[in-house]
Design a protein around this ligand. Structure first.
Ligand code: MN
Length: 471
């Protein structure tokens, strides 16, 4: 009898999990993912197979996981957003009775589990919603007839080792083990890894029109967030609250998350390149450096603005800010197809070095690296530091690439210069789409000129009017 009720409960559970309503309508299309798999296949060498795994789930706290984030390469190729999956792409058509050139093993549907941990697409869902026709449950990988040894090349990415194993044999750990056994992989093959890196970089560094649209969206809403925070921020606000306004606006406009841990640092904290604590309770009359970008349907923005919390730059802050601005402008000028990537940072460095010498902060141009220790640009897309060919003969800007341009100057306390410069940290970062003969600044909606920043900072924000109870 007890079992009967359990059965009944499962039935009810299963029927209660309806397909989801009111979802965003601007996800990447199945045709996009299909096209990307075709493009991937084209770049594969003869008689090869590519094997792409989902990312692992990670523990946040005891039995609670971090929000799952898909491996951007697998998302790019399939649109699948669940863990415990592996995609095989074959260069040549396989099968005798039924021809296929790809096969996708995914997480099985499970009504009881889905009531706890959310909906699963399942085999039918993947077929209908993602448009992949050859789909099986993960547990079928083991017995799937694929002879890896017959291929000249097996193409795969780094294999993670620190994995949870539920001993089912078909969670990620099980899928990886099956792959390693079938393909007789004892240790990663550098040539396989290089093929994978090269193919994914070559594809992902150029954005398709669909990707470009999502990039515009994610950058646009990140600019709205930056602008609102510029208006809202004041000396009494905490770094964390400023960060929270960004997050609220991202979600208000449909972004799922941030593309990376937000950096919201006041004064000395702004001089720490990857400052992520954001725990200063009072910004005070300091500069606030905000490097924050949303993730919208997988695509990350990466925008930095630096704003005086009290709305007015000091003379010293203004001088440093203007110098960073000038460096950015100089780099923009060479943003077009054909410019070698290496020239971007060279240009930024030159402007910054000359400027720091003029201000008496350094005397030897080589010392620019003391205050500008990073580089000027990276690709932007599904990863905030996106895949692309950063070096080598093909490392020049091409049409439909998206890069950041982000010079900065950071002068921590006790630096060997007049102490009037200490604790000034300025970065200005914009997201740039490359065209044939020019560029488009996708983040132009957020002001960059110091005059415009001051003008916006002088305005009041809706967030200044909201009254919450005291605790
Ligand atoms: Mn960046």
């Amino acid at each position: 009898m007890k079992q009967f009720f359990l059965f009944l409960a499962l039935l009810i559970t299963a029927s209660q999990i309806h397909s989801q309503e009111n979802l965003p309508t601007d996800y990447l299309s199945k045709e996009f993912h299909q096209g990307r798999r075709e493009a991937f296949r084209k770049l594969m060498p003869a008689n090869s197979v590519a094997v792409i795994f989902a990312y692992p789930e990670r523990v946040f706290s005891k039995d609670i996981n971090y929000n799952f984030h898909q491996n951007p390469d697998l998302y790019y190729l399939t649109g699948y957003k669940e863990p415990d999956a592996v995609l095989l792409i074959f260069k040549e058509t396989q099968g005798t009775e039924q021809a296929y050139n790809e096969v996708f093993f995914i997480r099985e549907k499970n009504a009881a589990r889905e009531m706890w941990t959310g909906r699963r697409l399942g085999v039918d869902g993947v077929k209908s919603q993602l448009g992949i026709s050859n789909v099986y449950n993960g547990k079928d990988f083991k017995d799937f007839a694929v002879d890896f040894k017959k291929f000249d090349k097996i193409i795969y990415d780094n294999i993670p080792v620190d994995l949870r194993n539920d001993n089912s044999g078909f969670d990620l750990s099980g899928l990886l083990q099956t792959f390693k056994t079938k393909a007789e992989i004892i240790k990663e093959d550098p040539v396989s890894l290089e093929y994978f890196r090269s193919i994914t970089c070559t594809l992902r560094e150029i954005k398709t029109p669909e990707e470009m649209e999502l990039m515009r969206e994610t950058v646009k809403l990140s600019c709205i967030a930056h602008n609102e925070v510029m208006k809202a921020v004041g000396p009494d606000m905490s770094e964390n609250e400023a960060n929270g306004i960004h997050a609220y606006i991202h979600k208000r406009y449909g972004a799922e998350d941030e593309g990376y841990p937000p950096i919201v640092g006041a004064g000395a904290n702004g001089c720490i390149l990857h400052y992520e604590e954001n725990n200063s309770t009072k910004i005070d009359n300091q500069l606030l450096l905000m490097d924050v970008g949303s993730e919208y349907h997988g695509y990350s923005a990466d925008v930095t603005r630096t704003v005086p919390a009290n709305g007015k730059f000091t003379e010293e802050q203004k001088a440093i800010y203007q110098l960073v601005y000038d460096a950015q402008e100089a780099v923009f000028k060479i943003c077009k197809e054909g410019t070698p990537l290496i020239d971007l940072n060279k240009t930024a460095k030159e402007v910054l070095a000359n400027g720091l010498i003029k201000l008496g902060i350094i005397t030897d141009p080589k010392d620019v690296k003391l205050y500008y220790p990073h580089s000027c640009s990276h690709f932007l897309g599904l990863d905030v530091h996106d895949k692309g060919n950063y070096s080598g003969p093909t490392s020049a800007l091409k049409e439909n690439m998206i890069i950041t341009v982000e010079p900065g100057i950071y002068i921590p306390a006790n630096s060997k210069c007049d102490k009037k410069w200490w604790n000034i940290g300025v970065r200005i970062e914009d997201d740039i789409a490359i065209k044939k003969d020019s560029y488009e600044n996708l983040s132009a909606e957020s002001p960059r000129k110091w005059q415009d920043v001051e003008k916006l900072a002088a305005q009041k924000s809706t967030f200044n009017e909201i009254k919450f109870p005291k605790i």
